[in-house]
Design a protein around this ligand. Structure first.
Ligand code: SIN
Length: 508
């Protein structure tokens, strides 16, 4: 089988992977770094991030303490306070680096950074590039990374599994851009593989966000935590049959947009005293309940009262998209619905980004650092990616000289052609099952969804003996395995107890 060798292997090319490559390359000019991307280098959640980066910048009105408090409140008491403090107090340094790398952020008339407001923040503190912050980051960082002499990039490489020897990770195995089975041996492997939004029927995430890192971690028995805390973004444009829902950035609610029911009434103030500016979990839940009461597929976003020129200048991406889709935002209401947006849990890492397996790290959305708790505060994730990329790079630099390169061989991975339509049917069924209510509905909703996904997983295994014989097949299995773990964690406690008792009896 084809074999490649590197020192540091990074799976994923969003902000987490790219910034880790940048920091690591500077700290270790003699080491080889290999970045893997599943499709094109820029196709990732970062690219679509509209909002921005939450950073305390105005130390007169704002403070670290306020940002920490907002993060803890959003996370509903289960954030790791030490991590929250660390990330928030490191933010200004990481922001300066981003600016030094050439990322342009909007300024106000006085020439200071323009600070936006998003749900759950008690102060304006979101630095942004219009409503295209992620696009700005990806398009500026990619050429920088491409020009680093010790960084190589492989696009269209699908990693199927981690290579594990006992509890040590030796790299990954997968298919290259020609479908050639390939072993990549690495001293250090970092999963920066992004989110899992495509598990759900309505998502703001692109087609590539299929929980691959988490699924590889499940199969390698790496510890995961808080997978049930899936964040739904309250304001995705309702466009049935699109695999990626267009997001209407939260910053627009910070700019004064209202959410209306079918009667044209604002109903969020009943759910929370700050109405539309409550945290995402509160707003998404209230919208979902409203849609049930009215038996509707959407509620409405009202932008009609907002100053048009200012709006166009601040939110050109949203304005252009809505206009192209035929909406006149000065007259029309926009149909919106909650969409799965972010996984708050993930692969457990310590303060250095290390997992519970040797030489394996995780970073960005696929990781669980403890920052987000049960609900991520808006625009805290790009920040987390930067802070942890910096910390992981420093830690790797300290330990990598002591790690011996190890060789691995196998001929078990074989590429087989598949009938895409047969595999698609599994995805469709999964996405029909995985709705908001599958995780946040009644106990019975969750149990039923869990049973359906378990049954789907059984059928999948029977039909396709080797989940890893084709990238699309493996990706679909990743979706199913990830859904199963999300729902298993969401199950009511008494259901888990009954199941455990039945299992014990059966084993007697
Ligand atoms: C948004 O612009 O509403 C998304 C920002 C985020 O997910 O933090």
């Amino acid at each position: 089988m084809q074999k490649l060798t590197t020192d540091i292997l990074i799976v994923g090319t969003g902000l987490a992977g790219l910034s880790l490559a940048k920091y690591s390359s500077e700290l270790n000019p003699d080491l080889q770094i290999l970045l893997l991307s599943k499709t094109s280098i820029d196709e990732c959640n970062t690219y679509y991030a509209q909002g921005g980066i939450a950073v305390v910048h105005d130390f007169i009105k704002d403070s670290y303490e306020k940002h920490i408090e907002d993060t803890l409140n959003a996370g509903k008491g289960i954030c790791d306070e030490k991590v929250v403090k660390h990330v928030i107090t490191e933010a200004p340094k990481r922001l300066n680096e981003l600016i030094n790398w050439g990322i342009e952020l909007d300024k106000n008339q006085e020439g200071n950074l323009d600070l936006g407001l998003e749900g759950g923040h008690s102060q304006n503190r979101i630095v942004h590039h219009k409503d295209k912050t992620g696009y700005e980051i990806e398009t500026k960082l990619i050429p920088i990374i491409e020009n680093l002499p010790n960084v190589a990039i492989k696009t269209s490489f699908f990693a199927t599994d981690l290579i594990m020897e006992n509890d040590t990770c030796l790299g990954v195995i997968g298919f290259d851009d020609k479908g050639e089975p390939t072993i990549i041996e690495a001293k250090i492997t970092v999963l920066a593989s992004g989110g899992l939004g495509q598990v759900f029927g309505v998502t703001s995430n692109p087609f590539v966000s299929t929980g691959d890192g988490v699924a590889m971690a499940i199969r390698a028995n790496v510890a995961l935590k808080n997978m049930k805390y899936i964040q739904f973004h309250p304001t995705a444009l309702y466009e049935p049959n699109k695999s990626q829902a267009f997001l209407i950035t939260e910053a627009i609610r910070g700019f004064g947009a209202h959410i209306l029911n079918q009667k044209g009434e604002r109903f969020l103030l009943k759910a929370h005293k700050i109405g539309e500016l409550a945290t995402r979990d509160v707003v998404s839940k209230a919208i979902s309940e409203q849609m049930k009461i009215e038996n509707s597929k959407n509620v409405w976003l009202d932008l009609r009262h907002l100053p048009l020129e200012d709006f166009k200048n601040k939110f050109p991406k949203v304005y252009d998209y809505c206009t192209e889709e035929g909406f006149d935002i000065t007259k029309d209401l926009l149909p919106i619905t909650p969409a799965s947006h972010y996984q708050c849990g993930g692969i457990v890492v310590d303060e250095k980004g290390a997992t519970d397996k040797s030489h394996l790290f995780a970073l960005g959305e696929c990781s669980y650092t403890g920052l987000h708790g049960a609900n991520r505060l808006a625009s805290n994730s790009l920040l987390e990616a930067m802070v942890y990329a910096h910390d992981v790079a420093n830690h790797i630099t300290k330990i990598i000289s002591k790690i011996e390169a190890k060789s691995y061989d196998t001929d078990t991975l074989k590429y087989k052609n598949i009938h895409h339509e047969e595999v698609f049917q599994f995805r469709n069924q999964l996405q029909r099952t995985m709705k908001y209510d599958a995780v946040y509905g009644t106990k019975q909703d969750i149990i039923t969804s869990y049973q359906m996904v378990c049954e789907m997983q059984k059928r999948f295994k029977m039909k396709f003996k080797n989940y890893n014989s084709h990238p699309f097949l493996c990706e679909t299995y990743n979706l199913i395995q990830t859904a199963e773990i999300i729902l298993k964690e969401s199950l009511p406690l008494n259901y888990k107890r009954v199941k455990a008792t039945k299992k014990t009896k059966a084993n007697l």
